[in-house]
Design a binder for this molecule. Structure first.
Ligand code: BGC
Length: 761
């Protein structure tokens, strides 16, 4: 779609808004806010020279940020345009020595399925950004976990576009309420790290729209993030940042995205004309001189080269103005014009700790909880009065908790809790990312001991499996900690827990062997996993309980103990499927030499794959146990006049503890649509006292039922609505629902009225 037709669309949108606004005062106010903003932006643009415009569309180079961020655009003080300081912010702020809060990873946030927590996560990170003088946070990303061995899975929000899109939108609303520019990344289909600058994701249009772009579309619709970062990889033969179809036709055209597109950091752009005309609005990290080698010895494209391209007409002035206008608009709407950003004080570590613990308490997933031998009750929660001796084994549980690496890493506030096995080791590809994990000084052992005064709590480091097994045999319970390090730039060879050979930097023994050896002798075995993605569990049948703690953040130790001892009832649900073995994945191995990555499974990705292939996963998407029990009844579904769907059911806590359940609604679309067996369309996380029952009514936007057939359509025919506690709940309720076919156009809107930009809480 051309720039002109794009603007026409925008004006049409404004025109439609004007009509509605006669009855909706809130919309009228928003419309006039936006019109005023556009006028201010035009006035600023009119006063800018060519050099000033060019200055605003490229960064100053790697390391040019005066406050230590990852990217820096110099402002124009005479016009009140502030410097923009970008910094990675996926799980907290990635800047050294500033005591920012290391939160649980975005994947953990996704496991909470909690929109309010996601909003608070956004607010906290944005508040810390402002405190440190940054006005923009890079991330997190919402690429889908098509390939769970992807080293960046922990930075993303799982395998479902609705889950990822809604939670990211909530995070963005929180962040942008604090006058921060939120960056949404990596657009698009950046689903593995192997050959990440050159791999080409080959995806048919329907799969692209329904899966890999859907979360981004939802987030644009609901929260309008200021910035979209285009990715390193190619999509269907074109670099993402030079991909007109992705950036101009879809993002800015179909979806009406009004913010700006920023390039990812290394080799995302290879040609000035192509990138600018395809829709990239800013090059990062850029450089002061395009003719000198920049990051990784590569040249840059949006400084002198862009100026030349504008002069010789390869890039039109109108296009350059559009690039600048988008930036000014984003700054203006975020209230950042005339506000030079500077550090304003110190991080409130106490506030950070409170949120970090709350996120993790809600993110931990209980995967298994059986009684042992003659016990009549499940092994968890632990009851201190019934225990004399506990043995805690491995995973550096005496020292702290592990985190993920790369740009989404967050430095420890007070030094690394664990010494690296291979100090100085970096990734073998671009030699940029450390292979040594950061461990936060938040010891699970200490937190366990604090709950067992007067009892014997031993710790063994796990290197000697036989000694650990002996100690376990003498204890009431053995709690084994196992860890998995993952990082940007490096995919995992397999999902098996790493050992000293596969990850010598962070492991000094074979973790699977340790667990099996201990489980063979222990009276009760609990496994606590700290990880960045799915893991396989060859020992599963021999242990009683398994908790997934993800990368648990700076309060990981206490939060894990809160759940082990039942002070918090676990309520996390898996945001991605755990396979039994790698062979069960659609992509059996990650090709290292082939650059074309055909997404041959199409729509059958994640749980959609296991369901359609009838493969039983180790644990399905949406799965997670509680110390109480929930039952579902009375499902009804009807279509509303608006086309939305109203779903009603009753959820009862029929156990004996207070607990939260994430009730999930799936839809099985009519068989002739060629859709996989089910897709997530909504959920609600509900807190219920023992014996309490609640009638839940959800209004599910029609858009959630749409399929892409050249445009979005509601397929006519009989669909099924399913409700349960996971994507494979054996007690899933199901009712049929007839849909009339309907055309929804090229973009899906759930708001109907104002696009929420910088929503106030
Ligand atoms: C990553 C981005 C990150 C950027 C800046 C890139 O390598 O892909 O996610 O925001 O670096 O650190």
């Amino acid at each position: 779609m051309s720039y002109t037709s794009n603007m026409r669309r925008l004006f049409m949108h404004v025109g439609i808004l004007a009509a509605i606004s006669q009855t909706l005062p809130g919309v009228a106010a928003a419309q006039s806010r936006h019109q005023n903003s556009e006028q201010r932006v035009d006035a600023l643009l009119a006063r800018m020279s060519l050099d000033e415009k060019i200055q605003l569309v490229h960064g100053g180079g790697m390391g040019s940020s005066p406050i230590g961020g990852g990217g820096y655009i110099k402002g124009i003080p005479r016009l009140g345009i502030p410097d923009i300081n970008y910094v990675d912010s996926d799980a907290g702020i990635n800047v050294q020595g500033k005591h920012a809060t290391p939160l649980p990873s975005p994947l953990a946030l996704a496991a909470s399925w909690d929109v309010n927590i996601a909003r608070d996560y956004g607010v906290l990170v944005a508040h810390e950004l402002k405190t440190l003088g940054f006005n923009s946070g890079l991330g997190n990303g919402i690429n889908l976990a098509r390939e769970p061995r992807n080293g960046r899975t922990f930075e993303y929000m799982g395998e479902d576009p609705i889950l990822a899109g809604i939670l990211f939108a909530a995070r963005t609303q929180g962040a942008q309420s604090q006058n921060i520019l939120t960056v949404m990344k990596h657009f698009a289909a950046n689903d593995q790290e192997t050959n990440r600058f050159t791999s080409d994701s080959i995806i048919d249009e329907r799969t692209l729209r329904e899966l890999y772009l859907r979360g981004f579309e939802l987030a644009v619709d609901k929260a309008n993030p200021a910035v979209v970062m285009c990715a390193y990889n190619l999509v269907n033969g074109e670099k993402s940042c030079e991909n007109r179809h992705l950036l101009t036709d879809i993002l800015k055209g179909d979806w009406g995205f009004q913010g700006y597109v920023q390039s990812d950091w290394i080799a995302a752009i290879t040609n000035t004309r192509r990138a600018a005309n395809a829709g990239t609005d800013e090059e990062e990290p850029g450089s002061a001189d395009d003719s000198l080698p920049g990051p990784a010895g590569l040249h840059t494209f949006f400084n002198q080269r862009l100026k030349e391209a504008v002069r010789n007409g390869q890039v039109s002035e109108a296009r350059l103005d559009d690039m600048v206008r988008r930036k000014l608009r984003s700054l203006d709407r975020a209230g950042l014009i005339n506000i030079p950003t500077s550090p304003v004080g110190k991080i409130d570590t106490a506030a950070g700790d409170i949120l970090a613990r709350r996120v993790e308490q809600n993110a931990i997933v209980l995967l298994k909880n059986d009684p042992s031998g003659a016990d009549s009750h499940p092994t968890l929660p632990l009851v201190p009065s019934s225990m004399q001796t506990v043995v805690v084994i491995g995973g550096h549980a005496d020292a702290g908790v592990i985190s993920g690496g790369g740009s989404a890493g967050v430095p420890a506030r007070d030094g690394n809790a664990v010494t690296c096995g291979t100090p100085g080791a970096v990734d073998p590809f671009i030699h940029q990312f450390s292979l040594c994990a950061t461990w936060y000084k938040s010891s699970p052992l200490e937190a366990i001991r604090a709950r067992l005064p007067g009892k014997t709590v031993r710790y063994l480091d796990g290197k000697d499996a036989a000694a650990a097994a002996l100690a376990a045999a003498q204890a009431n319970v053995a709690i084994i900690f196992a860890t998995q390090f993952t990082t940007e730039q490096v995919d995992l060879p397999r999902l098996s827990l790493p050992d000293d050979k596969s990850d010598p930097a962070n492991q000094s023994y074979d973790q699977n062997n340790l667990i099996s050896t201990v489980a063979a002798r222990a009276r009760r075995t609990i496994v606590v996993l700290e990880q960045g993605t799915a893991v396989t569990m060859p020992w599963l049948n021999h242990v009683q309980s398994v908790l997934v703690a993800w990368y648990p953040g700076v309060q990981g130790g206490p939060a894990i103990a809160d759940v082990l001892f039942g002070e918090v009832n676990p309520s996390g649900k898996l945001p991605l499927s755990f396979p039994k073995r790698e062979d069960d994945l659609p992509q059996k191995t990650i090709p290292t030499t082939a650059l074309r990555i055909p997404y041959t499974e199409g729509l059958k990705m994640g749980y959609r794959w296991y369901d359609s292939q009838k493969i039983e996963p180790l644990f399905p998407f949406g799965y997670g146990l509680s110390y109480t029990h929930f039952s579902y009844s009375g499902l009804q579904a009807k279509r509303l006049q608006s086309g939305d769907v109203s779903v009603q059911f009753r959820l009862t806590n029929d156990g004996d503890r207070r607990g939260k359940e994430t009730a999930q609604v799936y839809s099985a679309l009519p068989a002739n649509t060629g859709e996989p067996p089910r897709r997530l369309v909504a959920w609600e996380k509900v807190d219920l006292a023992p014996t309490e029952a609640r009638e839940i009514t959800l209004t599910i936007p029609a858009a959630r039922f749409a399929v892409w057939a050249g445009r979005w359509q509601i397929p006519g025919g009989t669909a099924h609505i399913e409700v349960g506690g996971s994507s494979r709940d054996p007690h899933m309720l199901e009712v049929p629902l007839r849909f009339m076919s309907a055309n929804l156009g090229v973009a899906l809107h759930e708001n109907g009225d104002e696009q929420c930009f910088g929503c106030r809480l």
